[in-house]
Design a protein around this ligand. Sequence first.
Ligand SMILES: NC(=O)c1ccc[n+]([C@@H]2O[C@H](COP(=O)([O-])OP(=O)(O)OC[C@H]3O[C@@H](n4cnc5c(N)ncnc54)[C@H](O)[C@@H]3O)[C@@H](O)[C@H]2O)c1
Length: 253
Amino acid sequence: MPTRFFDLTGQTALVTGGAQGIGAGIATRLARAGAAVAVADRNLEGALAQAAALKAEDLDAFAVEIDVADAGSVQSAVDTVLACRGRMQVLVCNAGIAGKALPTWDQSDRDWKSVIDVNLSGVFYCCRATLPTMLEHDYGRIVNIASLAGKEGNPNMVAYSASKAGVIAISKSMAKETALKNICVNAISPTVIRTPILDQITEDQVNYMTSKIPRARTGTIEEVAAVAHFLASPDCSFVTGQCYDVSGGRATY
Ligand SMILES: NC(=O)c1ccc[n+]([C@@H]2O[C@H](COP(=O)([O-])OP(=O)(O)OC[C@H]3O[C@@H](n4cnc5c(N)ncnc54)[C@H](O)[C@@H]3O)[C@@H](O)[C@H]2O)c1
């Protein structure tokens, strides 16, 4: 029998924002690698549909309702997964929103806070709720989805850019805290990937971001999921606290 690399057989993974887009792609990839996948989303209907699509492929998946911006909701989703499956070896913090494309001086307190609550506090809440079980079992893989915006700063996306820079920093901090416990925490920074999130910003904004990509195209969901799969696997054993760019050559550092 050929060796299966990045095998996740017997493991449980929770993917936030798993109902659509990049999260659905990562959920699919991890399930095909053998993981039982909790498709966690505030859109329960979408999460149920995505879990059903995976089950139709004979894969192990189930839906969980979660609002990552609400610490109580996060804790109860994690508790539900642990009650059902006993362990959670993999956490993928993918849920995110773009916010309004406006210059800083036109952004309201509410615009700012809603993006920070989901994109930054959401990652903190999910990691905080999951780390105790990983620490208890001396094993865990956390993959946090940041963005190139967090490294370079996109104009008219101040809260989004700040939140994603924070996601990279959170990942580096937690990686150092957990390095002796066989827990790896890494971030991924994609550039423009064609998903429904792009509907939240203007076509001009999308064109601006795409024009900066040397490969001269948008990335695909599968290209992000492939990197997430490695980072979520036992093969990723000496890589922690890093940010992987999936950017078609755009990133310069
Ligand atoms: N698409 C891109 O070009 C791109 C580029 C860089 C980074 N990203 C990041 O990738 C991640 C996924 O993006 P996408 O393009 O697939 O977006 P998407 O809008 O297609 O999907 C996001 C998912 O997150 C869920 N979600 C939103 N808020 C939530 C909350 N509070 N609690 C739980 N679930 C919530 C939504 O219901 C949805 O299913 C995001 O963090 C995004 O910032 C995307």
